[in-house]
Design a protein around this ligand. Structure first.
Ligand code: ZN
Length: 310
């Protein structure tokens, strides 16, 4: 169990979100730091994000939004928060050029067909930098694997580590470079080693509750990476399911015809299809198989030509 008193001392509050949106970590303003949010959720949830933040902030304005990485579920609220409070947005240095040029190919939104309204970034977050957020200083640490540009935030006095998608309590996030035909498992292993070295007392993940059983979480993630390295196809299947469920949770209901087209045309799946060793079958057979499995597992339901979230 995580003692919430530690978060209070750090002047932060974790707003744990459900599907589609990442958690939000909110810091009230202090003498040395403006009111700051780490990660802003998914665009479709922006209104909910603003009302959750308003309830915490009261009359205070949000002045700064920091992103651990630029996946749509972590930065999708940026535009809405800028419109509401005129806050600055700080992004990982490695992603800054792609944001400045608003290059949706580099930013992954086109590959996954996920939404993110364009936003402006005022400043980059540099690995190795120390930043005052809330009442304390936080170290900014590069953490590739899930996303090559990603960062985590570490508060060394309290041992609180904000890992975003580099470490979850009981699952492993998709290792995105592998889907694009680049290597990512090695970097993901190195990320876990780096986390272990910090000996964090408490991890605030991007999804799920904050946790203190860091050794168990590391072991679970390492086992999963080993399994995926042995059988990369399992990672592809896992990614295919997770991305399809993300899409369905956003759209709730689609005709099967449309969903098959989406599963064959969306760029991330076209690359996957080319890389799947056993995928001698064509793309629409593969798409139908993905849907069948999710229906059989009770995650989706099918009524005539309509597929919806179960
Ligand atoms: Zn992510």
């Amino acid at each position: 169990m995580v003692n919430p008193g530690i978060f209070e001392q750090l002047g932060l509050r974790v707003i744990e979100r459900g599907w589609l949106s990442s958690n939000n970590v909110l810091f009230r303003s202090t003498r040395g730091s403006p009111a700051t949010l780490i990660d802003t959720g998914y665009d479709a949830h922006s209104e909910q994000t603003i009302s959750l933040l308003s309830a915490q902030l009261g009359d205070e304005a949000l002045e700064r939004a920091l992103n651990t990485h630029l996946h749509s579920d972590h930065c999708g609220g940026n535009a809405a928060l800028q419109a509401r409070w005129g806050c600055e947005v700080w992004v990982p240095e490695a992603s800054a050029d792609a944001v400045a040029a608003w290059d949706e190919d580099k930013l992954s939104f086109r590959a996954t067909d996920q939404r993110c309204r364009p936003f402006n970034s005022q400043r980059s977050l540099r690995p190795g930098e120390r930043l005052r957020i809330g009442t304390h200083d936080w170290d900014i640490i590069a953490v590739a694997g899930h996303d090559p540009d990603a960062l985590m935030f570490y508060q060394r006095d309290s041992g609180v580590l904000i890992t975003a998608d580099a470490l979850w309590e009981d699952r492993l996030a998709i290792i995105f470079p592998e889907l694009a035909g680049e290597s990512g498992f090695g970097a993901a292993r190195a990320a876990l080693d780096a986390i272990e070295k910090l000996e964090p007392a408490i991890v605030i993940p991007g999804h799920g509750r904050p946790f203190s059983g860091v050794a168990d979480a590391l072991q679970t993630s390492r086992r999963r990476i080993e399994q995926f390295e042995r059988e990369p196809e399992r990672h592809f299947v896992y990614a295919e399911r997770a991305l399809t469920m993300f899409h369905m949770l956003e759209h709730r209901c689609r005709t099967e015809t449309a969903l098959v087209v989406w599963l064959t045309e969306t760029p991330v799946f076209r690359v996957l299809q080319d890389r799947l060793v056993s995928a001698q079958s064509n793309a629409s057979d593969r798409a139908t198989r993905v849907i069948d499995r999710l229906v059989n597992d009770g995650l989706l339901k099918r009524v005539d030509d309509l597929i919806s979230v179960a």
